[in-house]
Design a protein around this ligand. Structure first.
Ligand SMILES: Cc1ncc(C[n+]2csc(CCOP(=O)(O)OP(=O)(O)O)c2C)c(N)n1
Length: 322
């Protein structure tokens, strides 16, 4: 897949914005400024960037507990997400949901979700609605390797195939479901093989290469929009940190950890090297993008810190529909 310079830089910028947000979140939590749980997306940025670069505001994504990257790549607001992590009134859910329930329906972010595998059938419902409303749009479900062992995954793939729903299933295989690698929980070499059971295409791609992800995902979108039904795209990647902040990840082999965090494998330095080698961008252009992301996240932190806490009397708002 050959892209215009603007497109390559946009993929890079999205990855950098995600990494900057995540690493700042990590620092803030370790400093005791954020509460709750944070499941970081560092290391997996190429997937959200590649996928969301093929989507418009009409297309919808259903996300997971590890959702910040998806939200940023789909155009979500970094200040509102940061304020939500701070539990502030200006956050996406007025500070009442935290990291795992962020949604922005106006731009197709149906929601992060703390229940593993729950977003997969939800994406089917969204896809059904998009088709019913005759929209030229798709629904995307992001989920981890561990989620493919849940019944929701199998039920959703079966129904999506039977009804030829315009949905794409994106499995982010980051090597672990909490501490368990897929080799200990399934007998499939590639999780994309599971698509065979539902008679839909299944591919495994390099999930640390945003262009490879974009290319595979674009094919799946084309098929979905033509009315031919869903596809399963498995993206191989690695989460840089523990399952959540606080998990020391002692179950990781240090050799694997070193390899995946190396400049040759980490999606960001790897893409930087490619962009420079292929003379698509200079080191100066790339550092300017990094500096802009730092400024953006810093401004979001200042916005969040200056924002008010929610009023106690609003505690029961948004619990039930009026
Ligand atoms: C139904 C359900 N079971 C268990 C959990 C606890 N849990 C939270 S994340 C997680 C692992 C998910 O692994 P995976 O789907 O591979 O996603 P990853 O965390 O690797 O991104 C588990 C078991 C949960 N939140 N929901």
């Amino acid at each position: 897949m050959k892209l215009a310079k603007k497109e390559y830089l946009s993929l890079y910028e999205t990855m950098v914005r995600i990494r900057t947000f995540e690493e700042s979140g990590r620092r803030l939590m370790l400093e005791g400024k954020l509460g709750g749980f944070l499941h970081l997306y560092s290391g997996e940025e190429a997937i959200a960037s590649g996928v969301c670069s093929e989507l418009t505001d009409e297309d919808c994504i259903c996300s997971t507990h590890r959702g910040h990257g998806h939200i940023i790549a789909k155009g979500g607001s970094i200040p509102k997400m940061m304020a939500e992590l701070y539990g502030k009134d200006t956050g996406y859910s007025q500070g009442k949901s935290g990291s795992m329930h962020i949604a922005d329906i106006s731009i197709g972010i149906i929601g992060a979700n703390g229940i593993v595998g729950a977003c997969i059938p939800i994406a089917n419902g969204v896809a059904f609605a998009l088709r019913y409303k005759k929209k030229d749009a798709v629904a995307v479900a992001f989920f981890g390797d561990g989620s493919t062992n849940r019944g929701t995954f199998h039920e959703a793939l079966n129904l999506a195939s039977a009804w030829k729903l315009p949905v794409v299933f994106v499995c982010e295989n980051n090597g672990f479901g909490m501490s368990t690698p897929p080799t200990r929980s399934t007998n499939n070499k590639n999780l994309s093989e599971r698509a065979v059971a539902y008679n839909i295409p299944g591919v495994t791609v390099d999930g640390n290469d945003p262009v490879a992800v974009k290319e595979a995902f674009a094919k799946a979108v084309k098929r979905a929009k033509k009315g031919d039904g869903p596809s399963l795209v498995e993206c191989l990647t690695w989460r840089h940190h523990g399952h959540y902040i606080g998990d020391p990840a002692l179950y990781k082999d240090p050799k694997d950890q070193k390899k995946w965090l190396s400049e040759e494998v980490d999606p960001i330095p790897r893409f930087e090297a490619r962009l420079q080698k292929e003379k698509i961008a200079t080191a100066k252009e790339l550092s300017a993008i990094k500096a802009k992301a730092e400024e953006e996240v810093q401004a979001a932190i200042e916005f969040a810190e200056a924002s008010p806490d929610p009023e106690p009397e609003t505690m029961f708002e948004h619990v039930y529909a009026d």
